[in-house]
Design a binder for this molecule. Structure first.
Ligand SMILES: *[C@@H]1O[C@H](CO)[C@@H](O)[C@H](O)[C@H]1NC(C)=O
Ligand SMILES: *[C@@H]1O[C@H](CO)[C@@H](O)[C@H](O)[C@H]1NC(C)=O
Ligand SMILES: *[C@@H]1O[C@H](CO)[C@@H](O)[C@H](O)[C@H]1NC(C)=O
Ligand SMILES: *[C@@H]1O[C@H](CO)[C@@H](O)[C@H](O)[C@H]1NC(C)=O
Ligand SMILES: *[C@@H]1O[C@H](CO)[C@@H](O)[C@H](O)[C@H]1NC(C)=O
Ligand SMILES: *[C@@H]1O[C@H](CO)[C@@H](O)[C@H](O)[C@H]1NC(C)=O
Ligand SMILES: *[C@@H]1O[C@H](CO)[C@@H](O)[C@H](O)[C@H]1NC(C)=O
Ligand SMILES: *[C@@H]1O[C@H](CO)[C@@H](O)[C@H](O)[C@H]1NC(C)=O
Ligand SMILES: *[C@@H]1O[C@H](CO)[C@@H](O)[C@H](O)[C@H]1NC(C)=O
Ligand SMILES: *[C@@H]1O[C@H](CO)[C@@H](O)[C@H](O)[C@H]1NC(C)=O
Length: 745
């Protein structure tokens, strides 16, 4: 009864006001009828239906339409808004009769599961806001959309499965302010009309599609643009000089395209620019000095292009800069002098910078990430480097730095990751360890460090996960206290002068006892860009001698567990207890003086993929448990004193290269062409396990391809919160495109 009265009241109200939709009560009934018809087409399990938790439960004929969930009406009782974001609606828009909703101004159905095509609405001339983002729409953007909805101001079709071109006719929506068709499968060119006929446009987002062609010079007509996101397409040609006329631009991201030619000098006119991202293109020439006019710039990312020459000196006047990435170009000359005190991250790796370590960096009180690796820098490292208060990550590897490391007493508390590999550094390395208790990764390989591994190592670096001291001049015993490093998962002491035996206590390295499951070692830094939350993270990068070849493990380094003690002077036996370390993926004890036999429980190392014991003095027979190593696909037992029959087993049968057993005392059986005395050198028939094994080795090769393959990603991640995170999809992208950088969107 009460319900009826309310309905009647709104009918009366409508009747007296005589507004467009509602000149009669039948028009209102029509609205209700049309909405209910649409509701009835929705899948009952998802959004439709009348079960108690249905988001559309309130949509019933007994209630006034204006009281329904998600419906707003004007004073006349006509439906003006339909907003049901993220309620789990599952269905299509086919049955939604726009003709019956003539007063509709806003339709927001984002984050549902609406499939099918975008309906071609009848003339809803008042519709100004249409958000269908994050659904499962397919088909094309209808050519007639602009004619039906000429007053559109906000059109968001992002994250659907739309294909075909962006229709030229859409330029007819002349009041357009925010246009977002990102993350679809759109092809063709960006119609220049959109910039010429949309004088009010402020946000133009078409990233992550398959758009081709150039950036139209007519872009300069869209003078109110604040955000221009064209990244992750196949755009080519040059960046038009006209871009400099977009005085209001704050976000300009053209990354991951095939743009060529220079960065236009006119970018210096974009005085409000906060973020400039031109990375992973084919831009050439110099960085224009005008870039230093960008007083508001907080993030500048030009990495992975072919920029050359010196970095303009005036760059140090960018007082708002927090993030600078010029990596993977051909820049030369001195490292730019940066007096900016707000810098959080500096990435200049993979260039041709020369000169000494810039002392100005010691003044960067906010600096958290510093990557100067793979340049031609030389000289000693200043002690002040180690006292940067916020520094977390330092990579200076592959330069020509020399001399001792002089850590200052006041060392950084936050240092987590130190990469100094492949320089000419010398002296004792131990002080770095002592001062930095948060260290997770220490890579000092390929230098000229001397001395021993201190016995206090286990006590002072409880978090250490990676210790790489390969190819130095270290000597002495491997201290048993190493086993206190309960997080240690990668230990590379190869190619030094260590003596004595392999400490039994290594079997107590907790982190090597279980396979690793996490994908990455997280190291990230948060910062704000213009109020929007943004963050960047550094992916770790370690070189490992993996299955006989050097690989750079990146991103997924956290999955890797192994011990490399090869090329030292170690003697004694291989501790039996090492078979406890069931998370090991590789073990290399090659080129030492290890004697006695191979531990008989070696088969317990279930996920071991690579085992190299060559060039030792191991004797006895090869334990039969070795045939239980289902993942083993790199084995070398050559140049020892082994004898007896080579065990057989499915996985071992795949290791058919005779050289892995060569030069021993008396091995026989497959794959050697030597029959054992009892005549059993015949290849055993593959047993019932072989299919399972095939599946397993397929899994491993996928993992190996993914994790340790040929792709590199070396730069920081840029993660922009408004665009959602999908790390696995990114990995696919990385493999597809072999780019060096992840920008998670
Ligand atoms: C959306 O609906 C389709 C079937 O139409 C289904 O396969 C898919 O899993 C649904 N997606 C979500 C996110 O519910
Ligand atoms: C929509 O309006 C245009 C002109 O304003 C007209 O030509 C067209 O016939 C109308 N379409 C419908 C379905 O009413
Ligand atoms: C479009 O929608 C997506 C997803 O709902 C959102 O992240 C994005 O910010 C929207 N675009 C604009 C320009 O508002
Ligand atoms: C676009 O801008 C140019 C000058 O930059 C001007 O001559 C032209 O009239 C503008 N076009 C429109 C459609 O506004
Ligand atoms: C840059 O150009 C080179 C050769 O001209 C080409 O191999 C490469 O794929 C291009 N890179 C991009 C990102 O377009
Ligand atoms: C824009 O930049 C160019 C090149 O740096 C300069 O010559 C021109 O005066 C600038 N225009 C404006 C309006 O600032
Ligand atoms: C390493 O240091 C020693 C002296 O400590 C020196 O003789 C040798 O040349 C250095 N090696 C390299 C590669 O710098
Ligand atoms: C490993 O740790 C256990 C418990 O702390 C200890 O009893 C054992 O002696 C250690 N083993 C070796 C070989 O150090
Ligand atoms: C083990 O180390 C030696 C010497 O460092 C190297 O030559 C060999 O390739 C490594 N073996 C594997 C399987 O990586
Ligand atoms: C095994 O090691 C020996 C000696 O280092 C080497 O000649 C041979 O090529 C290696 N075999 C394989 C398959 O790596």
């Amino acid at each position: 009864m009460a319900r009826w009265t309310r309905t009647q009241a709104s009918f009366l109200h409508a009747f007296f006001l005589l507004l467009p939709c509602a000149s009669t009560s039948s028009a209102i009934e029509q609205e209700a009828g049309s909405l209910l018809r649409w509701k009835s087409t929705l899948s009952p399990a998802n959004g439709g239906g009348d079960y108690p938790s249905s988001p559309l439960l309130s949509w019933s004929p007994g209630r006034p339409t204006c009281s329904w969930h998600g419906i707003l009406c004007d004073a006349a009782g006509c439906v003006t808004e339909l907003s049901l974001p993220g309620v789990g609606i599952h269905g299509t828009l086919t049955a939604l009769n726009f003709a019956a909703l003539p007063a509709l101004t806003k339709l927001d159905l984002r984050r549902n599961n609406i499939s099918g095509h975008i309906p071609i609405p009848a003339n809803v001339t008042g519709l100004a806001y249409l958000d269908l983002s994050h659904n499962s729409l397919s088909g094309v953007i209808p050519d007639t959309l602009a004619r039906a909805t000429p007053r559109m101001k906000h059109l968001n079709l992002s994250s659907n499965g739309l294909h075909g071109p962006i229709p030229r006719s859409i330029s007819g929506m002349q009041e357009m302010r925010a246009f977002d068709v990102s993350k679809n499968k759109l092809t063709g060119k960006i119609p220049p009309e959109l910039f010429m006929e949309w004088p009010e446009i402020t946000e133009f987002h078409v990233q992550s599609n398959f758009l081709m062609g150039g950036i139209p010079p007519d872009i300069s007509n869209a003078t109110k643009l604040q955000s221009l996101l064209l990244y992750r397409n196949s755009l080519s040609g040059q960046i038009p000089v006209e871009i400099g006329k977009l005085k209001n631009l704050q976000f300009l991201i053209l990354a991951w395209n095939s743009l060529t030619g220079p960065i236009p000098h006119t970018v210096g006119n974009l005085s409000r620019l906060v973020l400039l991202g031109l990375f992973v293109n084919n831009l050439s020439g110099r960085i224009p000095p005008e870039i230093s006019n960008l007083a508001a710039l907080e993030a500048l990312d030009l990495d992975t292009n072919q920029l050359e020459g010196e970095v303009p000196e005036a760059m140090s006047s960018l007082q708002s800069l927090q993030y600078l990435d010029l990596s993977s170009n051909r820049l030369s000359g001195m490292v730019p002098y940066l007096s900016i005190s707000k810098l959080h991250a500096i990435s200049l790796e993979n260039n041709r910078f020369t000169g000494e370590f810039p002392l100005a960096f010691c003044q960067q009180a906010s600096l958290e990430i510093l990557d100067l690796s793979n340049n031609q820098l030389y000289g000693e490292l200043p002690p002040c480097l180690w006292s940067l208060q916020k520094i977390q990550f330092i990579d200076l590897s592959s330069n020509a730095f020399s001399g001792n490391i002089q850590t200052s007493a006041k060392s950084s508390l936050f240092l987590e990751s130190v990469h100094l590999a492949n320089n000419n550094l010398m002296g004792e390395f131990a002080l770095v360890l002592k001062r930095c208790r948060r260290l997770t990764i220490l890579d000092l390989g390929e230098n000229n460090f001397s001395g021993t591994i201190p016995s206090w190592i286990g006590a002072s670096n409880p978090l250490l996960r990676v210790l790489r001291l390969r190819s130095n001049m270290l000597h002495g015993n491997i201290p048993w206290q190493l086993s206190h490093l309960s997080s240690l998962q990668l230990l590379d002491l190869a190619d030094n002068s260590f003596v004595g035996s392999i400490p039994r206590s290594l079997a107590n390295l907790t982190a090597m006892m279980q396979p690793k499951a996490e994908l990455n070692i997280p190291l990230e830094v948060n910062y704000q860009v213009l109020g929007k939350f943004a963050r960047y993270a550094y992916t770790e990068r370690i070189n490992i001698n993996w299955k006989g070849q050097y690989h750079t493990f990146e991103g997924t380094i956290a999955l890797m567990t192994g011990i490399d003690l090869s090329s030292n002077y170690l003697s004694g036996e291989i501790p039996l207890e090492l078979s406890n370390l069931q998370g090991l993926r590789f073990l290399n004890f090659s080129r030492n003086h290890l004697s006695s036999s191979i531990p008989k429980d070696i088969g317990n190392l279930k996920i071991l993929e690579s085992l190299d014991l060559s060039w030792n003095e191991l004797s006895g027979s090869i334990p039969s448990s070795i045939s239980k190593l289902m993942s083993l696909n790199s084995l070398n037992l050559s140049n020892n004193k082994l004898s007896g029959e080579i065990p057989t087993g499915s996985q071992l049968q795949t290791l058919a290269e005779p050289s892995i057993y060569s030069n021993n005392l008396g091995l026989c059986g497959f794959p050697l062409n030597i029959a054992c005395s009892d005549g059993s050198n015949s290849t055993p028939a593959p047993n019932s396990q072989s299919q399972e094994l095939e599946a397993l080795s397929w899994y491993y090769s996928v993992l190996a391809g993914l994790t340790f393959g040929f792709w590199l990603w070396s730069g920081p991640l840029l993660l922009f919160e408004p665009w959602r995170v999908a790390i696995f999809r990114c990995i696919d992208h990385i493999q597809d495109r072999a780019v060096q950088k992840v920008f998670i969107v």
